[in-house]
Design a protein around this ligand. Structure first.
Ligand code: F6R
Length: 623
């Protein structure tokens, strides 16, 4: 989703802004722009529809824009079509001429009451050149700034009291050269500093090569940045203090490291990400590996007290919830409900203080998941977040946080974050089972933990066998429909396999609980339709194979994804992929790898943009 970068310092701002924006390209965008000011002079705003390349060409890689203070933005259209006029930065002047502007700004998020504010401003003779809510926001800042003869912070405070919605807003005022002002609510924004420079960014990779020292600006807070100095303010305009946090991410981790695409790099980082996450929560106790969640603060008393578990998330994170549901229900005495955050937040909820709501989110900023978390908290229910991005909103607001150690995930389609979230789901299931007295046999518990410890190496083995999948995927690059079917846990994995395929290859695909096909969907099967059956669960194996054969007899081409040893599958299907054996509760971690690779190779064969699929954004910070 939209990206923001800002810089104040001695260097020329524009090339730094362009470079920072390029690190945010993965979030998805359709236009981009820069506003830079040269000392006391006016702002210069340059915008372009399309890729950043267009903006770089227009500004001679930024060299044509002089000045050491500026803001940049990549826009993912919400209000108004993707166009140069709608691109940010937006200005406060009545026409689209930057020379007259008092205020210039960029914004991520959505202003819900922008129509009402626009009408108000129109009554005060403001005119609008774009269809965006951001132009309204910038003009509202200008309105308060001028009307009450206020300083920038007071004008911002007045503005944020008046707007409804979410925003990370960065503005420059004509009267305050060398300064950037920001305000934030429910949309990510970090502020970085080093000796004589200050930065803003909507995500860490944009500024990582310049500084690792960042501040997290809280909800309804504001800040003033000048070269090397940042001051924070609350809504009353009082100064507040913040702790500087060191980002531990490796800058290299946010680069492609020799791979053609981030997605392939991240697929290959899974063994390490899985092991890092396991090692964070599994500790040695003598010769035993034990699950230790003390760092999360989830005590045995809290665990014993849980009456019902809700898992709430979006997209792939929701699919992790689906897998976790099967595992938790099987290994504990707990009932689990898995909810789409966008639905959950608007439903009447009968949550009890003894329930546990688990929010899963890679970015920790997904608007619907964040709203679900807040509503659950308001109802007095305990919340546990499984999150990848340290310091993200969900991580900061949840009662308990279990971090995944996936590192920065750049490709829009998640792979390594998904895999590490699965590990957290397994570990929680085992811990709940142990503490609640369901897994009483110590040997059995040890067996499960040891099995989890093997997943990383087994994922590496699956990756070693990727060439066969490459060949198969290129054969199916022209498919119109692909069906992924399975039962139980295999159905949960099918959901993720299908999403991976459709979101990047644009091939329509559906995941079906295999037993459900006969209730309608099977009529879609025709000659040559690819049906992928996921078969890792022994007691459901025969049943899914029967469902696959029903498809075959209607013309389907069958791919079977099963475990080593199940070689009889070759009598029934046209193409087989095997993964190593592991305890069945955790088999999804291995079965998903070939499906990620299939999606990747199919997309590459079609010549599509693997890392930045159309219409999608990495972090969905709007509803
Ligand atoms: C798909 C994908 C999305 C995310 C979803 C939630 O590959 O990445 O479906 O899983 O948008 O995002 P987070 O996990 O950041 O809350």
């Amino acid at each position: 989703m939209c990206g923001i970068v800002g810089y104040v310092g001695e260097k020329q701002a524009a090339p730094i802004l362009l470079d920072g924006l390029s690190k945010l390209e993965y979030r998805g965008y359709d236009s981009a722009g820069l506003a830079v000011r040269d000392g006391e002079k006016n702002f210069k705003v340059v915008k372009a529809k399309g890729r950043l390349k267009q903006l770089s060409e227009k500004t001679n890689d930024g060299n044509a824009l002089k000045g050491g203070c500026g803001i940049g933005h990549t826009r993912w259209a919400t209000h108004g079509e993707p166009s140069e006029i709608n691109a940010h930065p937006h200005i406060s002047s009545y026409t689209a001429s930057d020379a007259e502007a008092n205020v210039v700004g960029v914004h991520n998020g959505i202003i819900e009451n922008f129509q009402e504010l626009k009408a108000k401003l129109a009554r005060h003779d403001y005119e609008f050149y774009s269809q965006t809510d951001t132009e309204v926001l910038v003009k509202l800042v200008d309105y308060y700034y001028k009307k009450y003869n206020m300083g920038p912070i007071d004008a911002l405070a007045k503005t944020i009291v008046r707007v409804r919605g979410s925003y990370a807003l960065a503005v420059m005022f004509k009267d305050y050269p060398g300064e950037i002002y920001v305000a934030r609510k429910d949309s990510p924004m970090i502020i970085g500093v080093n000796e004589d420079e200050s930065y803003i960014a909507s995500d860490v990779p944009a500024i990582l090569k310049h500084t690792r020292n960042v501040y997290y600006i809280g909800n309804l807070e504001m800040a003033k940045l000048s070269a090397g100095a940042v001051t924070f303010f609350n809504l009353d305009g009082d100064e507040i203090t913040k702790d500087l946090v060191e980002i531990k991410w490796d800058a290299e981790a946010a680069e492609k490291g020799g791979y053609e695409h981030f997605m392939m790099k991240e697929i290959h980082e899974q063994p390490k990400a899985i092991m890092d996450t396991v090692n964070k929560y599994v500790k040695k106790d003598g010769d035993k590996n034990v699950i230790d969640l003390s760092e999360i603060g989830l005590t045995d008393d809290v665990i014993k007290d849980i009456s019902q578990v809700y898992i709430v998330a979006c997209g792939s994170a929701w699919h992790v919830g689906m897998v976790s549901q099967y595992v938790i229900e099987d290994l504990t005495d707990l009932q689990v409900r898995v909810e789409l955050a966008s639905e959950f937040r608007y439903r009447k909820k009968h949550l009890k203080p003894t329930d546990l709501v688990i929010i899963i989110s890679q970015s920790g900023e997904t608007a619907d998941s964040l709203a679900a978390l807040r509503e659950s908290k308001e109802l007095g229910t305990k919340t546990l977040a499984i999150v990848n991005v340290v310091g993200s909103s969900i991580a900061r607001e949840a009662d308990y946080v279990m971090y995944t150690l996936a590192g920065p995930e750049i490709a829009v389609a998640t792979t390594k974050a998904y895999s590490t979230q699965l590990i957290c789901g397994y570990l929680l299931a085992l811990k709940f089972g142990e503490v609640r007295g369901v897994i009483t046999d110590e040997e059995k518990l040890k067996y499960y933990v040891d099995e989890i410890m093997t997943i990383s190496d087994k994922v590496s083995k699956v990756l070693d066998d990727k060439e066969r999948l490459q060949w198969f995927a290129s054969k199916y690059a022209n498919a119109h429909d692909i069906f992924f079917i399975g039962r139980g846990l295999d159905y949960a994995i099918s959901l993720e396999g299908s999403l991976k395929m459709k979101e990047i290859s644009y091939i329509h695909s559906e995941a079906y609980a295999a037993g459900e096909l006969k209730h309608g969907t099977i009529s879609l099967i025709e000659d040559g339709t690819l049906v992928i059956g996921v078969l890792t669960q022994e007691d459901l194996y025969e049943k899914t194979v029967s469902n696959m054969l029903e498809c075959k007899s209607r013309g389907a081409y069958l791919m079977g994804l099963t475990t080593y040893g199940k070689y009889e599958i070759e009598d029934n299907v046209n193409f087989t992929v095997y993964v190593p054996n592991v305890d069945e509760h955790f088999a999804g971690s291995l079965a998903i790898i070939p499906l990620q690779l299939m999606a990747y190779y199919t997309t590459v064969s079609k010549g599509l943009d693997v890392d930045k699929p159309r219409n999608l954004a990495k972090s969905v910070t709007v509803e």
